[in-house]
Write a new protein. Structure first.
Length: 101
């Protein structure tokens, strides 16, 4: 999601359908150019994100940003957000994958 020249917002909505809290995943983001070649890759830790305390996982409207809990709350959706700068890169696409280090 673009935030202006060279600035982007990565928003990941995590759905925990389990009746217990679960560990937060790390996000592996690969950015690609017009040829589909990877021009940048970075792992985003949940501890570095903004957490939106919103059961629907929305990052707009009345959601409040709060400190990240130790685990994904049980039986709900929630959103994490990171801001990143990519100066001088001609970005066209991306791939985001969740993983547990």
């Amino acid at each position: 999601n673009s935030e202006g020249p060279d600035t982007y917002r990565l928003v990941v909505v995590v759905h925990n359908r389990a009746p217990i809290d679960l560990a937060w995943p790390t996000i592996d983001l690969s950015l690609t150019d017009t040829d589909g070649s990877i021009v940048a890759r970075k792992a985003f830790r949940p501890q570095d994100a903004q957490w939106f305390d919103n059961p629907e996982g929305k990052t707009e409207g009345p959601a409040s940003i709060k400190p990240l809990p130790a685990a994904i709350p049980a039986d709900r959706s929630t959103a994490l957000q990171w801001r990143l700068k990519a100066p001088e890169l001609k970005l066209v696409g991306y791939t985001a994958e969740l993983f547990y280090p």
